[in-house]
Design a protein around this ligand. Structure first.
Ligand SMILES: [Zn+2]
Length: 226
């Protein structure tokens, strides 16, 4: 297969692993470049799911996730220089969802990187941060004269009639290894030894993790890219 350069556009760091981890592995194995744009700071996972305000604080969650995603992306053969952190507040797409400055920054990165294809969150996902990023990428495509191919992937929802199904059986082990670098999201008590309080359950349940690590990745082609 010809080498292709791809860009990944996600609300939350782990969306990139869950949605396209296998596609990233395959792209890198074929010699293609991969960059990842992460829109939010991810700081809200423990406060919104468990109501934790300290141990960990939002700032501790943000910092830990930053370390974790860099390790996870190394597993997928993506270097830290290819990660763009836009640090908008997690869960607050009411603030950044229509932000023209953010759209401009995303467009600037895209024009510089010149991807053959872009992959983003699904504009009909149940999580509103995912919707906001999916729509923002659609708006970006509308501003581009030379459009890359575009695909969207669901995280919490399901794409009923996907336009593309990519088999990733040969890449799923690496995808799993990468996802388990996101210890704050997949383990029950990842940082108890650092004083994080005991969680009632992992942020991502075992069932979700099993579903996220299936042998295929499915995509919808957004109307804006047709
Ligand atoms: Zn997400």
């Amino acid at each position: 297969m010809a080498k292709r350069n791809i860009g990944i556009y996600v609300a939350h760091d782990d969306d990139a692993i869950i949605g396209v981890g296998g596609t990233i592995v395959k792209t890198r194995a074929e010699g293609g470049e991969v960059y990842v744009i992460i829109v939010t700071d991810g700081a809200n996972s423990h406060s919104s799911v468990f109501g934790f305000e300290k141990h960990p604080s939002k700032e501790e969650v943000r910092a830990k996730r930053r370390e974790e995603i860099q390790k996870a992306m190394r597993v997928l053969d993506v270097s830290p220089e290819s990660l763009f952190f836009l640090d908008r507040p997690d869960g607050r797409n009411d603030i950044w969802g229509e932000d023209e400055k953010l759209l401009g920054d995303i467009l600037t990165i895209t024009e510089r990187e010149r991807p053959d294809a872009v992959y983003s969150n699904y504009a009909f996902d149940p999580h509103t941060d995912h919707v906001a990023v999916g729509k923002m990428v659609e708006r970006m495509l509308g501003k581009m004269s030379r459009k890359p191919e575009a695909f969207q992937f669901a995280i919490q929802g399901v794409i009923e009639r996907p336009n593309r199904i990519t088999p990733i059986a040969d890449a799923v082990e690496k995808k799993k290894q990468a996802l388990f670098e996101m210890k704050s999201q997949v383990l029950l008590d990842p940082y108890e030894d650092e004083g994080w309080q005991k969680q009632p359950r992992p942020i991502l349940s075992e069932d979700e993790v099993r579903r996220f690590l299936s042998d295929r990745e499915t995509f919808r082609i957004p109307k804006a890219a047709e």
